[in-house]
Design a binder for this molecule. Structure first.
Ligand code: AHM
Ligand code: MG
Length: 336
């Protein structure tokens, strides 16, 4: 039976990667990312026992207090990526400056990542995740920041790993198809569970996901969109974890819309273009959804077309099923 087949014929991540690229360096890089995800998953699972909850006593680039697990997961990712010899430039949410890989260890890929996203959920054992985007270097010579300040549509790989009830890795190669892998802890391997994931065809469940506590500070179209979701006899459900990976993952599988708009406190939005916006935008579009910024710097942008000028730049985020993202964007058209 199929269970027996599954126990002799493992559809591992490395097997999938080898079948989807002839580039051995990319295969090695994906191995390093998978290793770092597994090590981070283990750290999250053991955090209570290993005294890993709480603050590390430092602040990151945004002035946020760093948690012990933020620091540990960042060290895990930086070490794995440096030592796989496949990278030239690394950008992490937790490091103010890009890390330029020394020539003796340099490869041709550049990785932007948020090692442990969803900081506010770390200490109460709610799902967190890693988000990453991989570019291939196009300019010859040592790595520079220009190798990674690129549009989202140039990504070679977009992915996230969710540290939830199960550890799940979702990846997309060059916008082609979205694939889900679940960590089988008994063999320590990511196993391919779902190919070519798509949003539910009809837009799926009617769910909106936003930190509505900030709604008084949003622009008027977002306020009206959410008022619309709540109106009538069959209002939308509100679901908001507060970890982007979990909120986007649910949106992808069930449908609906995730919004983190600009607000009066943060006029550029909260989420980061390179390692939050772009990878999620590529995955969402490849799954048949829409990823937009809403009105941002005078115009509504397809998120993947943004051209970041700084590695920690932010943007507003409206993403999800075509039905619901277009519904939100429609309120910009009708704005006076
Ligand atoms: P972080 O990188 O400091 O964890 O912030 C990003 C997180 C996202 O995961 C999530 O979508 C958002 O911040 C939640 O923000 P808020 O707490 O303002 O709702
Ligand atoms: Mg983050």
């Amino acid at each position: 039976n199929s269970d027996d087949v599954d126990q002799v014929n493992y559809k591992t991540l490395s097997r999938f990667v080898m079948a989807n690229t002839a580039d051995q360096e990319l295969t090695i890089l994906m191995g390093a990312i998978a290793l770092a995800c597994k090590a981070t998953a283990r750290a999250c699972r053991k955090a209570g026992i290993a005294n890993l909850f709480g603050l590390a006593g430092e602040q990151n680039t945004s002035g946020d207090d760093q948690k012990k697990l933020d620091v540990l997961s960042n060290d895990i990712f930086v070490n794995a990526l440096l030592n796989c010899h496949a990278c030239a430039v690394l950008v992490s949410e937790e490091n103010e400056d890009p890390i330029i890989v020394p020539p003796s260890m340099q490869g041709k890929y550049c990785v932007a990542f948020d090692p442990l996203d969803g900081s506010s959920n770390i200490d109460c054992n709610v799902s967190t995740g890693t988000i990453f985007g991989v570019y291939e270097k196009t300019i010859p010579g040592p790595g520079t920041v220009d190798d990674i300040l690129r549009k989202g549509k140039d990504l070679v790989v977009a992915g996230y790993c969710m540290y939830g009830a199960a550890t799940e890795l979702v990846i997309c190669f060059q916008g082609r198809g979205v694939h889900r892998f679940a960590l089988d802890p008994s063999i320590g391997e990511f196993i391919h569970t779902h190919a070519n994931v798509k949003f539910p065809a009809d837009g799926g469940k009617k769910i909106y996901s936003a930190n509505e506590g900030n709604s008084g500070l949003w622009d008027e179209p977002c306020q009206r969109a959410v008022a619309h979701f709540k109106s009538g006899d069959k209002p939308y459900a509100l679901r908001y974890v507060g970890s982007m990976v979990s909120d986007v993952h649910r949106t992808l599988l069930y449908g609906g819309v995730f919004i983190y708009p600009a607000d009066k406190k943060s006029p550029g939005g909260k989420l980061r273009v390179l390692y939050e916006g772009f990878p999620m935008a590529m995955i969402v579009e490849a799954a048949g959804g829409v990823a937009s910024t809403g009105l941002f710097n005078g115009k509504i942008h397809r998120m993947m077309d943004l051209e970041p000028k700084g590695v920690h730049e932010r943007c507003p985020v409206i993403l999800g099923s075509e039905r619901d993202v277009n519904l939100v964007l429609g309120f910009y058209d009708t704005a006076a």
